[in-house]
Ligand binder design. Sequence first.
Ligand code: IVH
Length: 682
Amino acid sequence: MPSSSTSNNPKREADRLRDLLRRYQHEYHVLARPSVSDQEYDRLYDRLLELEKLHPNLASPDSPTQRVGSDLTQELPEVPHSVPVLSLDKAYAAAELDTWIQKCRKASGRRLSFVAEEKIDGSSIVLYYKKGLLDRAVTRGNGLVGNEVTGNVRTIGAVPLRLARPVTVAVRGEIFLPRPLFDSINASMEIPYANPRNLAAGTLRRVKSSEVAAVPLDIFVYEGYFERAVQTHVAILERLEELGFKCNPRTGLFAEPEDQAGLRERHPRWRIGGFEELEGYLEQSRRERSGLPYDIDGLVVKVNELPAREALGFTGHHPRWALAFKFEAPEAESAVERIEVQVGRTGRITPVARIRPVKLSGSTIANATLHNQDYVSLLELAIGDRVSISKRGDVIPAVERVIEKNELGNSIWKMPDACPSCRTGLVAQGAHLFCPNPDCPDQVRGRLRFFAARDQMDIEGMGPETLETLIRQGLVKDVQDLYTFDPGALLELPGFGEKKVEGIRAGIAASKGRPFRRVLVALGIPELGQKAVELLAESGYHDIDSLLSLADRGDPAPLLEIHGIGERTAQTLLAELSRPDVRRRIQALRKAGLVMAEQPPRAAAGGPMTGQVWCVTGVFERFKPREQAMEEVKKRGGKVSASVTANTTHLLRGENPGAKLDKARELGITIVEEAEFLRLLT
Ligand code: IVH
């Protein structure tokens, strides 16, 4: 056994290790029958890694070590398919299936048998092998051109990098994420996915394949386009398995008795029977579906004999020799007529699908959000495509998937480069595009609506229509103008009588009394919603100036101390509060008389902690969030500070204290642990 770092014949040793590891990977991922322990596997794997590092000339792209995924950012280039990647015709009732079988028999004029496979609800992929080596993995795309995702697909253990024989072949399959793994992984995603299919598709499109490697994707393959003639679909599946692919063992074959011969032995896990059993098989699958560790949305029934397939041929978008039998009609099916981009009040650009109106559980749906470019790309959506629509959480309509590509040749939709409202060039921030122009008319409109709305400043008489009039008349250009324009000017316009204008005046005046926290939210600063405002106030930020000076210092540390405020929120807040246009707006609103501070909770005069200044670090058993501990300090007459300074008298330290602890030690401040603190409180 190789164990030292030198070797007489490194090439021979590496070859041997590769063969072994390849076998073990196949046993583990494809056959689910590992023959060695994880430790033994790791030992051999590490040894091969070592050899490949010592002798770089030995490295090869099909080595079992080449699945880890690189961190190099890669685009997803568009590449043409060299086999037609067609879709399937579909049926929802057993009777339609019967009719289809009869039609196939008649049109081909032969004795036929049929294979039934589960229709895996995953992400469609075509694997291209050259002389036995994985050359390319390409998404379905529009059927003619797809995106190359080879680096990402290489990370999937069940995809062979090298086949058992050096054949050149294209293979179709479905990449999926097992149900049980979906929930836990989805929880940490920036855009949570509605189902494992979307998460699998999203993962495949990720830029860093190291991130893909962290998601345990799996695959079943179901079609192989071999150079040399094979006579039946069963033979295709057998070949695929011999070559090292993973095929779904839950497969059925329905044939005349003489055509069933020999198959039972070769495929003990298949269901094999006469045609009369097909319907029972459908029912059985429907029943067992919810217990499977992966999602299926139906069965695919295929003519087994390949010469008959050839005779039956294709229509424009599906083969006549296969039929998808779907378990349920999709919630709603429609076509995407246009895709429009909306500009939100923060400048975020959101594509929205305008779909041919369709009824879905009680309402008519004509729009569905598409979130961002990533979502459109993962759906591989183009204008004119037929799509299935669902209502997420029973409210928000979502495009779930493309059911049929458009026949106009439209390619996958792309976001514009410029803002549709003001034509300013868009800038990317995370997964989204933003319009960077604060004076963009759509942003201003959104900002005004948000500011005046019930949950924020709640300005009577200032609904979207009135706001629209004010904007169109040039009376207001931004939120601060609401407090300076002359409502009397409205009297000249149709629809604005004395009474209405008086109401508006009163509404504006009343809004000046809204409490500080509401004003803060109404500013419409990204990341500064109700929850964040509460957290800030509870941590001692009781006025706008304390927040502005925090932004002036540009140090996120004090914000990060607040339980519930993360890195992204802190950074965004500092950046937003530093923007000149935001500053101008705040100053103008202050001048207009809006409330820019609140009374800090009153310290109990003469309480036991009077004169003390407390700071807190770490996490606590009893105080979650830890600001609760600081509330106790205030109740007892003490003061609290967000950071340790020369004025701080006590530091309350919990588990995993931060840098504040060092600072406190440096300054000789009294350090108190939780148990001691609890004692002090009583
Ligand atoms: S056969 C020409 N077999 O369903 C052959 N497709 O709605 C067409 N699918 O794009 C495909 N499981 O992504 C076939 N066992 C299976 C399948 C399957 C899932 C997907 C595939 C295809 C879509 C068509």
